[in-house]
Design a protein around this ligand. Structure first.
Ligand code: PRT
Ligand code: ZN
Length: 297
């Protein structure tokens, strides 16, 4: 689709790193493929008038706040830290995206008994997120101090730089390998679509609306399953209660099968083996669970 450059919506995404692959995967599932290699600063999307800015994640809130980019995909942890320190300007969250989930945690030495926030009184906490950490300290009446480190935060207690750390935890493996344990979870993060907070010109707004409809559709269909089965007509209500997020099922008569009907159900949440066992116990048979590729409503 060709549009003048100033009518093309700009979306800043991480070039390389933990957010990058999932961001590009989301765009691909929205039917949007970047035309150039990811080694450049720009990539043009052919299907909608969107240009990608490929940058370091730390630059994304500032690019959006200054209007250099209309949109950005950024970790909630980075956005919230920038928002607290003024670096995100008027930028605001448009849509939480449900990937790159992690926790920001205060961790202490495994050997330390930890009973609650009071145990951090007078302690020094090393972190790349001083504003979030200090906000938590304030809210929990902890009279502690932060020391800002931009990498290798987990070795600070061993170096004697700090008593505790506040860092991103995903599996917990890094803490464990460094003799540390989670004391407090202070923030839960996921990737966010952010925007500048102002009004967009109509052409860009129309592109954003189209992008949002596709993103919402991808997110809804991510766990969605289309479930088909044969079942006794009397069990239809019970079956609908078993399947997570199921709307009104389609009920079809089965020729010459007496009380048995065919049921088609769209389940918007994950369907697990336990659900299928419950369906079987309700008299269902020939149960089929199909992936949903796209949804638009
Ligand atoms: O180069 P650039 O500046 O763009 O990237 P970056 O190095 O600053 O960030 P990157 O790519 O590492 O992370 C981008 C975003 O991914 C973060 O801001 C988080 O929102 C999210 N994310 C999700 C994570 C993790 N999981 C994660 N596990 N970010 C960092 N980690 C690190 C953490 O810092 C710690 O060192 O992984 C370690 C802990 O992992 P576990 O699994 O051992 O607990
Ligand atoms: Zn970064």
């Amino acid at each position: 689709m060709s549009a003048p450059d100033d009518a093309r919506l700009r979306l800043a995404v991480q070039k390389k790193g933990r957010l990058a692959d999932d961001s590009f995967d989301l765009l691909a599932r929205c039917g949007l493929k970047a035309s150039q290699s990811r080694t450049r600063l720009y990539a043009r999307i052919a299907e909608l008038p969107i240009d990608l800015l490929l940058v370091r994640d730390d630059d994304i809130p500032g690019l959006v706040a200054s209007g250099s980019s209309d949109l950005g995909i950024i970790g909630g942890n980075v956005f919230e830290e920038e928002a607290l320190t003024g670096g995100a300007g008027e930028a605001e969250i448009i849509l939480p995206l449900g990937f790159s989930r992690c926790r920001l945690c205060i961790a202490v030495r495994k050997s330390q008994d930890y009973a609650g926030p009071q145990d951090l009184a007078g302690k020094t906490v090393a972190t790349s997120y001083p504003a979030l950490t200090e906000r938590w300290m304030r809210e929990n009446g902890v009279d502690g101090r932060t020391v800002t480190m931009n990498g290798a935060v987990e070795i600070a207690p061993r170096l004697g730089v700090a008593d505790a750390i506040c860092d991103i935890v995903s599996t917990g493996g890094t803490l464990d390998a460094n003799g540390l344990k989670v004391a407090e979870t202070i923030f839960r993060s996921e990737a966010l679509l952010i925007g500048g907070g102002g009004t967009l010109p109509p052409a860009k707004q129309a592109t954003l609306d189209a992008l949002l409809a596709r993103m919402r559709g991808v997110m809804r269909s991510r766990d969605a399953k289309y479930v088909m089965m044969n079942a006794p007509r009397s069990a239809v209500d019970a079956i609908r209660d078993v399947l997570p997020g199921a709307d009104s099922p389609t009920v079809l008569d089965l020729a010459g099968a007496g009380d048995m009907v065919a049921l088609h159900v769209l389940s918007t949440d994950a369907v697990v083996w336990e659900h299928l066992e419950e369906l079987k116990a309700l008299g269902a048979s020939a149960i089929l669970v199909l992936d949903v590729d796209k949804m638009l409503s």
